[in-house]
Each structure stands twice: as structure tokens, then as C-alpha cells.
Design a protein around this ligand. Structure first.
Ligand SMILES: CC(C)=CCC/C(C)=C/CC/C(C)=C/COP(=O)(O)OP(=O)(O)O
Ligand SMILES: [Zn+2]
Length: 410
């Protein structure tokens, strides 16, 4: 039974309550019953949460979220000690969330944060999870995004792009995939992080990414979404990375876009309005961005191909339903955003719930759909990097005007 139904999908009691046919598969009626029971539970959660939010005109608690996010930059609870190797991430999540809310910090705070990120940079290039830690592709992505969100000359100049190129070559594998750090794991996050930082800071070269698109295509699973590496399960986080990376390489035609579309449109849950990360799992606000953001690429790809299914005014998901899920179910009344009702706030979920909310609000830089109060409007994002659109444009212009001399392959 454990083989049939992975243990993290259903509790033992839930599995026990299912009826199985002669082939050992759960019967349709028993699955339907399970669906009804899940719905009742979820409706109860939604009902509880709705008591605190005006359902007819939900309000984004901007000031409360901003206060919590600002505090997170200096005061983290003890329980965050486990994120000691992800400190650039904590900075990026808070700074990007504040930028989406169009909240500013004091100039001296930006200077302090810039100084801290500089200490996370490795002498061998790239950024580690904290001062003195080995460079890691994910921390490099977070640090580069945080510095570009700050967007001062001082912050742009922290990034040593000559050594960053060397670091990227050091984690590139002969087949075009990327390990996350020396002796680390290969997965599609690596390809995406390497592409994102190299495009944003103007150090991209086609040689660095030779074979990368072909490797990423091998991560597209039979379901249609992308997995961490070939042969694994399709997941929203990796699907964003896979599609964004293929898009940045201009090689999205190499994957099966029809299968991708079928997979991703089925990840928005009818009842809650939010996205699940993978088949049969629960809705979680962070997928508002990982899945929601991927729709921007999908839209552009289908639009290029003149596919009649795309309407220039809307993404291919229910933008209102996603906004309702985030605004009604995922705001902690005292500030901060959560995965789902019953969970506690954290900066990761603030960042990705707000990023997803922004995607759902802006179909283009002109066309907007705002659920609830007009004051809920967030800044638009740049989907390739997930920093604000303005921050991305400013950073790209800065690095275009300050190119590093070409050095070729090391
Ligand atoms: C740029 C970058 C570093 C991107 C990261 C992308 C990302 C969020 C990947 C998801 C990782 C993962 C296996 C989550 C499953 O967790 P789970 O089993 O707790 O969640 P689930 O039940 O929702 O699947
Ligand atoms: Zn989550």
C-alpha cells in the first residue's frame, strides 16, 4: 500500500478508509468520498479565516506586513537558527516583499545590508549562506537579487562579476547541468540560478550554457511539469525554474508545451483558488508565485506562436480566485503571510505570496485586476528574476553600461 500511495500524500488513517479494487487501486467512489471530506475540512478552515477578513472587499494589511518584514531584518526568532546557511535568502525575501509593498528603508539600513551581503561573497566568486561560508548557487541568486533590489551604485558594485563568472564555470557540469556548490547536488534550480544571475548582471555567454536547455528538457516528467532532475516528480518550484531557464535560453520550443500547459492549469485548486505544488498535494501560498509566475512565460510562448487560446488581457489561470486565496486565507491578522490557514507566518511565504499576488494583479504593465481594496495594488515583478520590474530594468541598464572585459572560458 505504501508503494501505491506515497506516505506523505495521505495519512495512514486516510489510506485505511479508502476502498481498493482487485488491482489494488483505490476505487472511484472511495476517492470521491475522500474529496468530499477534504472539502469539508478546507471549507471549515476558510470559514474560520473569513471571520477576520471582509470577504466582499478584502484588504491587504500593508502596514502590518511591512512592520513584520522590517523587523525580520534585525530580529529573527530563535527558530530561524536552522536558516544560518540561507542568510542572503532571508534578506532577499524581506527586501523584495518590502519593494512589492513599495516600502522604503532608511538609507543607512540599505548600507548596512549591502555591507553584510558583501561579507557573504566568497573570494572564489559567488555568495555563501553567510560570511565565510562556501559559495552556493541558490545563495548567489538570493544575494544578487537582494543587491539589485537595493539598487544603489554601492550595492551594484558589491558583485564581483569576474569572480562570479569563474564560480559559475566551476559549478557547470559537462552535460550543461549545474551543481549547487562544490561537491553538491545537481538540479534544475542550479541552471535557473546561474542563468538568472548571469543575465541580470550582464555576464551571460552561450558557452557557459551549452547543453543546458537539452538537460532541462530531460527534467520534464510524464505529467508535463518539470522535476528537480531527470526521472523525478513534477513540482511547481522546479517547473518555474525549468520554464524560466528555457525561456531565458530562447529554447522553450524544445519542451512539450502542450503537456506543460495541461499540467500547470490543473494545479490551481477549484475550491481554495490557490495553487498546489504537485498532484494530489495541498494548496500553499508560495506556489502563487512558483506556479503563477510560470504562466507569464507560458502566455508569452503561446502568444508568440499565435495560439488563439491566449487572450492578451489575462493569464491562463483564475487571477481573482488566486487573489482571494492570498487575501482571505493567507494573511496573519497581526501581519505576515502564511502557507495556508493554521500555519504561522514566515518571510519565505511573505515573499512568494506577495510575488504571486502581484502576478495575479498585473496582466501587463497596463492591464490590472485588483480584488478587494484598490490599495491592495503591488508593484509589478520581472518574471525572469522575481525582483520588481523597475529594479530589474535599473540593474540591467547599470551592468550594460559597465561591462566586464570578456575573458572566455577559464
Ligand atoms: C530559485 C529556487 C532556489 C527555487 C526553488 C524552487 C522550489 C520552491 C522548489 C521546491 C522544493 C520542494 C521539493 C518542495 C516540496 O516540499 P513539500 O513536500 O514540503 O511541499 P509540497 O507538499 O507542497 O510538495
Ligand atoms: Zn510553501
Amino acid at each position: 500500500m505504501a508503494k501505491l500511495l506515497p506516505e506523505n500524500r495521505r495519512s495512514y488513517a486516510e489510506i485505511e478508509s479508502l476502498k481498493f479494487d482487485n488491482e489494488g487501486q483505490p476505487t472511484a467512489s472511495s476517492l470521491e468520498q475522500e474529496e468530499v471530506e477534504r472539502s469539508v475540512l478546507t471549507q471549515f478552515d476558510l470559514f474560520e479565516k473569513r471571520a477576520e477578513v471582509d470577504e466582499d472587499c478584502p484588504l491587504l494589511l500593508r502596514q502590518k506586513h511591512a512592520n513584520v518584514l522590517k523587523k525580520s531584518l534585525t530580529h529573527l526568532p530563535q527558530s530561524f537558527q536552522c536558516l544560518d546557511s540561507s542568510r542572503p535568502w532571508l534578506v532577499y525575501w524581506a527586501l523584495h516583499s518590502l519593494a512589492l509593498l513599495e516600502e522604503q528603508l532608511e538609507e543607512e539600513d540599505y548600507t548596512k545590508i549591502t555591507g553584510f551581503l558583501a561579507k557573504c561573497q566568497s573570494p572564489n566568486g559567488g555568495f555563501g549562506g553567510g560570511p565565510g561560508q562556501i559559495p552556493h548557487l541558490a545563495c548567489t541568486y538570493a544575494a544578487v537579487n537582494a543587491l539589485c533590489t537595493i539598487g544603489t551604485k554601492e550595492a551594484f558594485n558589491v558583485i564581483n562579476r569576474e569572480s562570479l563568472v569563474k564560480f559559475l564555470w566551476s559549478v557547470r557540469q559537462p552535460d550543461g547541468s549545474f551543481i549547487m556548490h562544490q561537491n553538491g547536488e545537481v538540479d534544475v534550480r542550479g541552471a535557473y540560478c546561474a542563468l538568472s544571475v548571469s543575465k541580470l548582471t550582464n555576464i551571460y555567454t552561450p558557452e557557459l550554457f551549452e547543453g543546458t536547455a537539452e538537460w532541462i528538457v530531460r527534467c520534464q516528467s510524464y505529467e508535463g511539469g518539470f522535476s528537480a532532475c531527470p526521472g523525478m516528480e513534477a513540482h511547481g518550484g522546479y517547473s518555474f525554474c525549468g520554464l524560466a531557464a528555457l525561456f531565458m535560453l530562447g529554447k522553450d520550443h524544445l519542451c512539450d508545451m502542450k503537456a506543460f500547459m495541461r499540467w500547470i492549469v490543473n494545479r490551481q485548486m477549484r475550491l481554495e483558488g490557490g495553487f498546489q505544488g504537485r498532484t494530489n498535494k495541498l494548496v500553499d501560498a508560495c506556489y502563487s508565485f512558483w506556479q503563477g509566475g510560470a504562466f507569464i512565460f507560458l502566455h508569452n510562448i503561446l502568444y508568440k506562436e499565435n495560439k488563439s487560446i491566449v487572450n492578451s488581457d489575462r493569464w491562463l489561470f483564475n487571477q481573482e480566485a488566486l487573489q482571494e486565496y492570498i487575501l482571505i486565507c493567507c494573511q496573519q491578522p497581526s501581519g505576515g503571510l502564511i502557507d495556508k490557514p493554521g500555519k504561522l507566518r514566515d518571510v519565505y511565504h511573505a515573499c512568494y505570496a506577495l510575488s504571486g499576488l502581484s502576478v495575479a494583479q498585473h496582466t501587463s504593465l497596463i492591464k490590472k485586476y485588483i480584488v478587494g481594496s484598490p490599495s491592495n495594488l503591488l508593484a509589478p515583478i520581472h518574471p525572469m528574476y522575481n525582483i520588481t520590474f523597475d529594479a530589474a530594468v535599473k540593474a540591467m541598464k547599470y551592468y550594460e553600461n559597465h561591462p566586464i572585459p570578456p575573458s572566455g572560458t577559464p
